[in-house]
Each structure stands twice: as structure tokens, then as C-alpha cells.
Write a protein that binds this ligand. Structure first.
Ligand SMILES: Nc1ncnc2c1ncn2[C@@H]1O[C@H](COP(=O)(O)OP(=O)(O)O)[C@@H](O)[C@H]1O
Ligand SMILES: [Mg+2]
Length: 373
């Protein structure tokens, strides 16, 4: 198993972006915050872009408000500074509209019901907006390290696919068809429309109603001028992710599904020529001492004798933990034999959720200890 050195990565001034990705619930947000904190305490000026921090963690970092701007985190011990922000997807979308259209048009778009539902519910919007925000933070040049947490999608690859999907959606037939009548005078059912299209709109009309269709059309026409900008920026950020200043940390739980997902992700990064720093297997259970088999045998002996019931249950618990730890070890070995060149580091499960700077410090110290080995 190859290890990787997290401290070398975060101390290297050439490292400008670290992206934490992986499937849902594995510890992406925790890892991003932990790595950001460690980098700040080792002297770098860091911003962590979190997407969905658990409430207690957000509170302890002073991120109780979702204001879409980085805030300085108190309590960092060291020479660097840690800033963190929570992505406000809708606000980010609105800001793009405001930045790329004149005030009247921006107002028109922002008030449009279709825009309002699109901006908060289109699948992949959150991933897209995380990408957009990363681009903004990078362009601002205000930090020397940006640590990015990725959205809680079930499928880790969504993060990489979002810009392309968003581009396809904006370019797509559906949007073009919808935009057509507005461009030809804004009236529906006029002769210029092909029969096929009239049928299409009349079906849409029945299903979603005239008012909504008008909203969509107004929106699409007003938005038209911005399509290019959207795609261009997404493309730029995508390219940024391919530069050597970027490092991906793929986070996984020691479970078959999460490790399978991590495998896909690792392969995809290689295809896209995006730099992988390593895989973090988070929340592993370590145990040592009496082997599982021996402690089970001892528990049975005590049971048969009817002696020491408490000791017998402790032995049984220990045996279960040893088995769990062995199973996790096998899963890790399986992963490393499939990806022999990918560095892997394990982070032990803490007894409690990670909800404050001390907890984050512990996670990053474990990561450093296990990755430098
Ligand atoms: N090493 C760990 N030990 C204990 N709890 C952890 C650890 N890593 C993460 N957690 C907890 O697991 C939960 C999910 O973690 P989170 O970072 O929010 O996952 P994700 O962002 O991948 O959905 C959180 O409650 C977090 O505190
Ligand atoms: Mg998360």
C-alpha cells in the first residue's frame, strides 16, 4: 500500500486547490474542514468552501449564517488564517445573473418564477454552483489555498459532470424550442412555428399552463446572452482542476459501496488528467489485542460456566470489533490491489461526531500520522 504525505501536500506553496470528493456521508465536509484547519495552522491562508456542514460543526466554526461569503474562523492556532464559507446555491446563481446582465434585465430574470424554480431545483445545480464559486474564489486571488468540499450527491461523479450537464441543458433542444416563439415576436401559436412545435407548445400549455410557458420563454430569451459566459467559466474551472496546483482527495468509508464509488472516481480522475493526491478511508475501526477467535472462545467458556457475564459480553464486543476491523482491512487491501499506485490513508472513527476545531484537529492529525507512514 502506498501512503501519501498530507503535510507535504499542504505545505507545498504550489498546492492551490484541494478538492474533497466521494459518495454521500463518508466525511467529505469533515475532511475538507480538517485539512483546511491543518493547513492554516501550518501557516497558509486558507479558505474552505463547504457545501453542507453538519449543523454542530457549522455552529462551532461560526458558520451559522449562510451568507455565501468567507468568514474568518476564530481559534486557529498558528500563523495562517482560516476562512470558511457555506455555499448558498441560490445566492450564487443570482450573483451570476446580476454580474452578467444589466440591472433591469437581472431584475426581470430574478423575479421570473421559472428562474426561481430552476435555480433551486435543477439537478446538478448545486454541483455547478460549487464549481462556479470555486472559480470565483480562485479568481479573487485572496487565498493561497482553497479547500473545496463537494455536494452531498449520492454519486460522487456528479461534481465533475455538472458543468457539462448544465451546458447541455442550456444548449439543449428543450431550451431552444422554448426560446423560439419568444424570439419570433413573443406570441404563441403563430404561423411561423412549425406544426410540430405548435403541438409541442400546446401540450406544454396544457400541462404547465400558459403563464408558466410565458415565464419560461421570457427567462430563456433574457438568459440567452449569458449562455456563453456560463459555459466558458465552467470550462475554465474544469481546466483549473487539471492543473498541477490542484489535488483531489477522494474520501471513502471502509464499506464496499463507498470504496467502489472511490474506484470509479479514481479512474475518472485519471481519464480527465486531474491530479489525485490520494484516497482517505475515513472512520475505520482499529483494534488490537486478543484475536477475535480467541476472545469469542473465551466468552463461550465463561458462558458455559455461567461465570462473569459482564466479562463475557465485553469479550464478545471485542471479538466483533476485531472482526469489523479485519473486514475493513480486507476491503482496503482489495482496493489497493485494484489501484496499486494510488496512495491510501486511513482515519480512525472518533467515538463521537466531529463537531469542533479539536475534533477537526484530531482528524487531520490522524490523517497526517497515517499518511506519512
Ligand atoms: N473520523 C470520524 N470520526 C467520527 N465521526 C466522523 C468522522 N468523520 C466524519 N464523521 C461524522 O460523520 C458525519 C458525516 O460526515 P460529513 O463530513 O458531513 O460527510 P459528507 O460531507 O461526506 O456527507 C458527520 O456527523 C461527521 O461528524
Ligand atoms: Mg458534506
Amino acid at each position: 500500500m502506498r501512503a501519501f504525505d498530507i503535510d507535504r501536500l499542504i505545505d507545498d506553496p504550489r498546492t492551490r486547490i484541494i478538492v474533497c470528493c466521494g459518495s454521500g456521508g463518508v466525511g467529505k465536509t469533515t475532511t475538507a474542514a480538517a485539512v483546511g484547519l491543518r493547513a492554516a495552522e501550518r501557516g497558509r491562508d486558507v479558505v474552505v468552501l463547504t457545501v453542507d456542514p453538519a449543523k454542530r460543526l457549522a455552529q462551532s466554526m461560526g458558520l451559522s449564517e449562510l451568507d455565501n461569503n468567507p468568514r474568518r474562523i476564530e481559534g486557529v492556532e498558528g500563523t495562517g488564517e482560516l476562512h470558511a464559507m457555506m455555499l448558498d446555491m441560490k445566492r450564487t446563481f443570482d450573483e451570476i445573473v446580476e454580474a452578467h446582465s444589466d440591472p433591469d434585465r437581472a431584475k426581470q430574470i430574478l423575479a421570473n418564477p421559472f428562474y426561481q424554480s430552476l435555480s433551486s431545483s435543477l439537478s446538478g445545480t448545486q454541483e455547478y454552483m460549487a464549481m462556479e464559486k470555486l472559480g470565483q474564489l480562485h479568481r479573487s486571488g485572496a487565498w493561497d489555498l482553497i479547500v473545496v468540499d463537494t455536494p452531498p450527491s449520492r454519486n460522487a461523479l456528479d461534481f465533475l459532470d455538472a458543468p457539462e450537464r448544465m451546458g447541455r441543458f442550456l444548449d439543449g433542444r428543450f431550451m431552444k424550442l422554448l426560446a423560439a416563439p419568444a424570439k419570433t415576436g413573443g406570441r404563441l401559436g403563430v404561423k411561423v412555428l412549425s406544426a410540430g412545435f405548435s403541438m409541442f407548445t400546446s401540450v406544454i400549455n396544457k400541462v404547465i399552463g400558459v403563464q408558466l410557458l410565458r415565464d419560461v420563454q421570457t427567462f430563456v430569451t433574457a438568459f440567452d446572452t449569458m449562455f456563453g459566459g456560463f459555459r466558458e467559466r465552467a470550462q475554465k474551472t474544469y481546466e483549473l482542476l487539471q492543473t498541477p496546483g490542484t489535488a483531489f482527495l477522494v474520501v471513502a468509508a471502509p464499506e464496499p459501496d463507498a470504496l467502489r464509488e472511490a474506484s470509479y472516481f479514481v479512474e475518472r480522475l485519471a481519464e480527465e488528467r486531474m491530479p489525485l493526491a490520494g484516497v482517505v478511508v475515513n472512520r475505520v475501526h482499529e483494534s488490537s489485542g486478543l484475536s477475535g477467535a480467541r476472545s469469542l472462545a473465551a466468552a463461550e467458556t465463561l458462558n458455559e460456566r455461567g461465570d462473569h457475564p459482564l466479562a463475557a459480553s465485553l469479550l464478545r464486543l471485542h471479538a466483533e470489533r476485531m472482526q469489523l476491523s479485519a473486514r475493513e482491512g480486507r476491503l482496503r487491501d482489495h482496493f489497493t490491489s485494484a489501484h496499486p499506485t494510488v496512495p491510501v490513508a486511513a482515519v480512525p472513527a472518533q467515538p463521537e461526531d466531529v463537531h469542533d476545531l479539536d475534533g477537526l484537529r484530531q482528524v487531520s492529525a490522524d490523517l497526517a500520522a497515517n499518511s506519512a507512514a
